[in-house]
Design a protein around this ligand. Structure first.
Ligand code: F6P
Ligand code: MN
Length: 334
């Protein structure tokens, strides 16, 4: 029997008819999805296409850029500059926002992206991905600069991420839940395979880079020590640990079966390691829409007022009850 699953195009058209998104936002999301398909092709060709290894350059955070970081950034820029729905774009790989080049018309949205998340994993053939976030551009700006983008994550109108893994997945929210699509490589279309994702409220699985333990603040140390004590400790149950070191893959696992994902502040990364605008905000929107929670240890990520485009933030996200526990340890309110 044939299984009728809607493709991304139909999913978006239905949301447009329901008044949740307009035609411009629909086109913008479809364009991002198309760019992700193109990046997926490059990622999966790997060494055959000579796309692995370093580009020999550094980004604004002085991180080494991989060839695929640069290629993915170019694919997203080229795909998005001519549609007429964007006022400007910002990327983790570019110091300043990119303007829409003439002769293309400008639109009402701002797009932010991490073109290739987890890029330290590219050369060892582990899942990587793309994360994106869409904001409305404040009115009356001719050339929107950094300040136009500095809106709390709560104002996002859409967010999504792709995972280039054993299959290519796209996870998306436009504010009516979180939905997952699998790329059918033969048809070239994203098919709705994970509608209405819900994160279980409880979990016995945590994800954190334990090699940083000596640098953590005490609330995080306390939480992980309690997990590690397992059945014999205060929690009275055993916990499992997973750490892919690609946020996209770790967050997709949390969306699939629950879990808590943390990249806390530490003695090295005093503000946290992950980027608020390109990673934490879109993931927090997606996780909240799936019934999970996301905080910086003190307040919801989505309520953090950004001060700069490339700012970093501590991230604690996933199964609601565990995120609330870690947050209460920070607030001293448990
Ligand atoms: O983009 C930053 C990132 O690659 C995330 O995808 C991932 O969660 C994290 O860094 C991995 O950090 P570490 O190298 O400390 O494991
Ligand atoms: Mn990243």
């Amino acid at each position: 029997m044939l299984i009728h699953r809607p493709a991304l195009t139909r999913f978006l058209i239905e949301r447009q008819r329901a008044g949740l998104i307009n035609a411009d936002l629909r086109l913008l999301i479809e364009t991002c999805a198309r760019a992700c398909k193109a990046i997926s092709v490059q990622v999966h060709k790997g060494a055959l296409a000579n796309v692995l290894g370093s580009a020999g350059t550094h980004n604004v955070q002085n991180e080494e850029q991989k060839k695929l970081d640069v290629i993915s950034n170019e694919i997203l820029l080229e795909a998005n500059e001519w549609g007429g729905n964007l006022a400007a774009l910002a990327s983790e790989e570019m110091e300043k926002p990119a303007q829409i080049p003439l002769p293309h018309p400008k639109g009402e949205y701002l797009l932010l992206f991490d073109p290739l998340d987890g890029s330290s994993n590219i050369d060892v053939n582990i899942s990587v991905g793309t994360i994106f976030s869409v904001l409305r551009c404040p009115k009356g700006l001719d050339e929107p600069g950094e300040s136009a983008f500095l809106q709390p994550g709560r104002t996002q109108v859409a967010a999504g991420f792709a995972v280039y893994g054993p299959s290519t997945l796209l996870v998306l929210t436009v504010g009516d839940g979180t939905h997952g699509f699998t790329l059918d490589p033969y048809m070239g279309s994203f098919v709705l395979t994970h509608p209405g994702i819900r994160i279980p409220e409880d979990t016995a699985e945590f994800a954190i880079n334990v090699s940083n333990m000596r640098r953590w603040e005490s609330p995080v140390k306390r939480y992980i020590e309690e997990c590690l004590a397992g059945k014999d400790g205060l929690r009275g149950k055993d916990f499992n640990m997973r750490w892919v070191a690609s946020m996209v893959a770790d967050v997709f696992r949390v969306l699939s079966r629950g879990g808590i994902f943390m990249y806390p502040r530490d003695a090295r990364y005093k503000d946290g390691r992950l980027r608020l605008m390109y990673e934490a905000n879109p993931m927090a929107f997606i996780v909240e829409q799936a019934g999970g929670a996301a905080t910086d240890g003190h307040i919801p990520i989505l309520d953090v007022q950004p001060a700069s485009l490339h700012q970093r933030v501590a991230v604690i996200l996933g199964s609601k009850n565990e995120v609330e526990r870690v947050t209460s340890y920070h607030l001293g309110s448990e």
